[in-house]
Design a protein around this ligand. Structure first.
Ligand SMILES: NC(=O)c1ccc[n+]([C@@H]2O[C@H](COP(=O)([O-])OP(=O)(O)OC[C@H]3O[C@@H](n4cnc5c(N)ncnc54)[C@H](OP(=O)(O)O)[C@@H]3O)[C@@H](O)[C@H]2O)c1
Length: 312
């Protein structure tokens, strides 16, 4: 009976300490959210970092919006994507609208032998910002062994989502380190934050991008380099096959405007307030429920896709 009293005192302090710690963490998160989205913080990202910004997958969706936002801040833009026609069009739009110089490099990031061409295209440029945006997901959610043309699919997805991030970083980072400044933005995904069955290879590739970014940030932050991992949920783009934006599915433009506010403040971000809230809610669910939710959602998307394609 007597020995229960000190134990109760100990438990009281453990409980009080835990509550105080959680209160501090929540207050800090709320303060940061208010600073970024409430006060309209604008990252100091512009030509002071280096006059050029390089954006991969920059002719559509999120990449095109990053190219526009960076040009708006006075940076010259190197656009790298697959189709030269789309590159020419986006390039002239940016030149006309923001009066900045642009360059284009047409390559297919599912291939491995493109980096010498990119190296030549970037030679001699002072690059302040690199946005590793290019990426590819599944046509529809599918069980690993049932993915059509599995061998090529695996190779393509790893090349475009993983190899591109490593190789582009290898090309651009040395110049940034020489000048002791630079920002690298890597587009991961919420499916790199939580394992998503039926999108297994994509989810694993995006987890790679997230870990790569976090580790690289730790390695080089003391040298003046800021590396950011961006982990969005759905954004209304061609890849997501969603045209109409909603509160929880922003347009690429709204998403990137919000994500730009987190630059140089958060090295790991969902980029958009509603997505941060979603991530918080999912992260407190038990993992069996997270898996069940994603699995069931993707099973129904898969069934719907297969039904539709059978009909046609
Ligand atoms: N949208 C989402 O819901 C979402 C959510 C989480 C993460 N993300 C990530 O955000 C990034 C951008 O996605 P997004 O939705 O903006 O995509 P998107 O609208 O489909 O745009 C993709 C861009 O990449 C280019 N591209 C595609 N395949 C290419 C290839 N093989 N070689 C070179 N360029 C290629 C496209 O150019 P062409 O038009 O010439 O093909 C286009 O400019 C990706 O890394 C994606 O994983 C997106």
């Amino acid at each position: 009976m007597e020995s229960a009293l000190p134990a109760a005192g100990f438990l009281y302090w453990v409980g009080a300490g835990t509550v105080a710690y959680l209160a501090l963490r929540i207050s800090y998160s709320l303060f940061m959210a208010f600073r970024m989205w409430g006060l309209g913080h604008e990252a100091e990202v512009g030509p002071e970092l280096g006059e050029w910004a390089v954006v991969t997958g920059s002719t559509d969706g999120i990449g095109k919006s990053y190219a526009n936002e960076l040009a708006k801040r006075g940076m010259k833009i190197v656009l790298i994507s697959r189709s030269q026609d789309k590159l020419n069009q986006v390039s002239s739009e940016i030149r006309e609208k923001f009066k900045v110089e642009t360059r284009t490099i047409a390559v297919d990031f599912t291939l491995e032998d493109i980096y010498d061409k990119i190296k030549v295209g970037l030679a001699g440029l002072q690059i302040g910002v690199l946005v590793n945006n290019v990426g590819q997901s599944y046509q529809y959610p599918e069980y690993f062994l049932d993915i059509p043309d599995l061998d090529n699919f695996v190779k393509n997805l790893i090349n475009i989502n993983v190899l591109s991030v490593c190789q582009m970083t290898r090309l651009v980072l040395p110049g940034m380190i020489e000048r002791s400044k630079g920002v690298i933005v890597n587009l991961s995904s919420a499916s790199g934050m939580f394992p998503v069955p039926l999108l297994t290879i994509y989810s694993a590739c995006k987890a790679f991008v997230d870990f790569f970014s976090q580790c690289l940030h730790e390695e080089y932050k003391s040298k003046g380099i800021f590396v950011q991992s961006v982990l969005p949920f759905y954004v209304a783009t061609n890849m997501a096959k969603i045209r109409t934006p909603k509160l929880h599915i922003p347009s690429a433009g709204s998403f990137v405007k919000a994500a730009m506010k987190t630059l140089c403040l958060e090295s790991r971000t969902n980029g958009y307030l509603v997505h941060s809230l979603l991530a918080f809610i999912i992260s407190i669910l038990p993992s069996w429920l997270q898996f069940a939710t994603f699995m069931n959602l993707n099973k129904s998307l898969r069934a719907r896709y297969l039904k539709r394609t059978k009909k046609n």
